[in-house]
Design a protein around this ligand. Structure first.
Ligand code: ATP
Length: 430
């Protein structure tokens, strides 16, 4: 059996190694067995450090996690129903602990019935061979590779292979996982596995999967570094219909995704009021460009996206193109108008408009918005307006808004000028 101790030492950070040794020590004390498993082992072979560590315990995983969290001053979150827990270390390394188990499926595509069982079965129930090896963390054989399915061979052949013929009947989300993994690792889905996937897609087995599970996989695809290639491969498998029945790989999507990367890159470098951007959502809206508003609504509801996410998707459908047309126009547009158009939209929608705008004028106006107008405030505050005798209410809000617009347009420069202007508006009653 191969020992990977040196490779671990080389590829993992010192703190990860110390942590894994600690896991070994605790398992010895508790008379349990602990194994590093899944993506962590796969990524070790590719010498990529994965900060999400998966460990399987032959013994009570929650009890184990509690002991570790106590010893390293970490934080534990337990899921009693599944017999799993997550420990986060003070260095923010996240370790998921599960008890070695065998899963039997009550009926295909249903949630598995968890039955505690042996370690080999735990590996056999995984999605692909590349995720089905383990490394012992136990005293005496720390670093030993456990490979029941010739995974090392599959890694050498750079192939993604299912563990058994019913894999995509049991769980069609694996179709999405397989394509994602293939593109992420630069591997190829092995021909027999590909034909099992095609069969499952043809038979529309994905229709029996709980939507949130599919949604999570769709989001993971869009969160990958190069999601376009995954979408393109899904199209080859005729798997885009898993997302939406009318979804097509439209011409120019690749360029749009690249333009989204550029727009987000520009935003991160240049926007003074940086806010974290949900880039996956921008890709998703671009992917749905040719789907109608109602089609998007159906998708957003069916897959139970969060309210904020749904609203952003739909606002692009409702207002996006109209706003862009105005912004792309050659005629002069006042900054207050640009502000008025873009301020109500989310940054994700605005960045998508920047990416899809074919006009330098439109792009420039959006950049100007992020750079200057977004988040601009008047120098006069609410109290200054109250001091003029204006009561809170729509009239008050209107004065504040008008004052801001004049400031954006460069008409009001000083706080005094703003207050003078507000005085006039207060008398006039808008
Ligand atoms: P990533 O680097 O994307 O986090 P990962 O391999 O760690 O990849 P997770 O989604 O965290 O992926 O899943 C952890 C492990 O659980 C996987 O390595 C895989 O073995 C197993 N797994 C996840 N989803 C499934 C599934 N649908 N069917 C079978 N096994 C699965």
């Amino acid at each position: 059996m191969k020992n990977l101790h040196d490779k671990m030492q080389h590829c993992f950070s010192e703190s990860t190694m110390m942590l894994l040794k600690k896991v070994g020590d605790i398992s010895k004390r508790m008379d349990y067995k602990a194994y590093l498993i899944g993506g962590t082992v796969r990524d070790l072979f590719l010498c990529k450090e994965n900060l999400d560590i998966d460990i399987v315990i032959e013994g009570d995983a929650i009890h184990f996690g509690e002991k570790l969290a106590h010893d390293i001053h970490g934080i534990i979150i337990s899921h009693k129903r599944f017999g799993t827990c997550t420990v986060t270390t003070p260095e923010y390394i996240k370790i998921d602990f599960a008890t070695a188990r065998r899963e039997t499926y009550a009926k295909p595509a249903a949630l598995p019935t968890v039955e505690f069982s042996s370690f080999r079965d735990d590996l056999a129930r995984r999605d692909f061979t590349v995720n089905a090896m383990a490394i012992s963390l136990n005293d005496g054989d720390f670093g030993h590779l456990i490979d029941f399915f010739d995974v090392v061979g599959d890694i050498e052949r750079k192939q993604i292979k299912a563990l058994h013929n019913k894999s995509f009947v049991d769980d069609p989300t694996r179709i999405l996982r397989g394509i994602r993994l293939e593109k992420r690792l630069g591997f190829t889905i092995e021909p027999h596995t590909a034909s099992l996937m095609r069969k499952s897609i043809e038979k529309e087995r994905y229709k029996r999967v709980e939507e949130p599970r599919l949604r999570d996989e769709i989001m993971l695809i869009l969160k990958e570094k190069e999601p376009f290639h995954i979408i393109e491969r899904m199209d080859e498998f005729r798997a885009l219909k898993i997302i939406h029945p009318y979804l097509k790989l439209h011409k120019g999507l690749n360029e749009t995704f690249t333009a989204i990367d550029e727009a987000c890159g520009w935003y991160n470098e240049n926007s003074p009021r940086k806010r974290s951007i949900e880039k996956w959502l921008i890709y998703l809206m671009a992917l749905f460009e040719d789907v109608s508003h109602d089609g998007m609504l159906y998708f957003a509801n069916k897959f139970e996206f969060k309210r904020g996410e749904r609203l952003r998707m739909l606002s692009y459908k409702k207002q996006g193109r109209k706003v862009l047309k105005t912004l792309n126009a050659k005629r002069k547009i006042l900054p207050s108008k640009i502000y008025h158009l873009l301020e109500p939209l989310s940054h994700e929608v605005t960045l998508l408009l920047m990416a899809v705008s074919r006009s330098d004028i439109g792009k420039g106006r959006i950049m100007e918005f992020f750079h200057k107008y977004n988040g601009m405030r008047t120098s006069a505050r609410g109290e200054d307006i109250k001091a003029l005798g204006v009561k809170a209410g729509p009239h008050f809000a209107k004065i504040m808004e008008k004052m801001l617009h004049k400031k954006l347009d460069g008409i009001l420069i000083t706080k005094e000028a703003e207050i003078e202007y507000a005085k006039k508006l207060a008398k006039r009653r808008l």
